[in-house]
Design a protein around this ligand. Structure first.
Ligand code: RP5
Length: 168
């Protein structure tokens, strides 16, 4: 799923390998900025012990935050947040029957005291969770902060240069 970095700064976890199509966008954001990460499919309900074991291993290696993607009754991010005080960024998966609204509400409605930062459903939320992790890391990494500024500038330039098509 991804090459494990020696000392990953971000842990990406998803409830199923079927989530990878969406979660790869978080990984892509991190990779584009040269941020090390480790990504695993581990479930809060299917493999709870393995999930905690994996988290503890990454925490020992100095991971700075977790990104958790899950669908349906999506409790993965909440369980991760229950086991660490590191920031947890949650990405709701678009689900088959409810379009991801179930995933979104499960994540965003965390009870008081154990926060998770919930992003948009699907690809954009996944990419943005990666970018948000970059922004957090950039607080203490000047070269990363410069890359983020350049990225924003490039986006702005693309919008400025965009032209609408002629009327048909
Ligand atoms: C959740 O159930 C996963 O996060 C996934 O989004 C959903 C479906 O999982 P699979 O049945 O595809 O493994 O736990």
């Amino acid at each position: 799923m991804s090459t494990p970095a020696t000392h990953p700064l971000v842990g990406i976890v998803m409830g199923s390998t079927s989530d990878w199509e969406v979660m790869q966008h978080a990984a892509r954001s991190l990779a584009d900025f040269g941020v090390s990460y480790e990504a695993r499919a581990l479930s809060a309900h299917r493999t709870p012990d393995l999930l905690i074991e994996w988290m503890e291993g990454l925490i020992k290696q100095g991971v700075k935050c977790f990104i958790a993607g899950a669908g349906g009754a999506a409790h993965l991010a909440g369980v991760v947040a229950a086991k660490t005080t590191l920031p947890v960024l949650a990405v709701p998966m678009p689900s088959k029957h409810l379009g991801g609204l179930d995933s979104l509400l499960s994540m965003v409605q965390m009870p008081r005291g154990i926060p998770v930062a919930t992003f948009a459903i699907g690809d954009a939320g996944s990419a943005n969770a990666g970018l948000f992790a970059v922004a957090m890391l950039a607080l203490e990494d000047e070269s990363l902060a410069k890359k983020l500024t350049a990225f924003r500038q490039k986006q702005a330039d693309a919008v400025r240069a965009a032209r609408l098509p002629e009327l048909k």
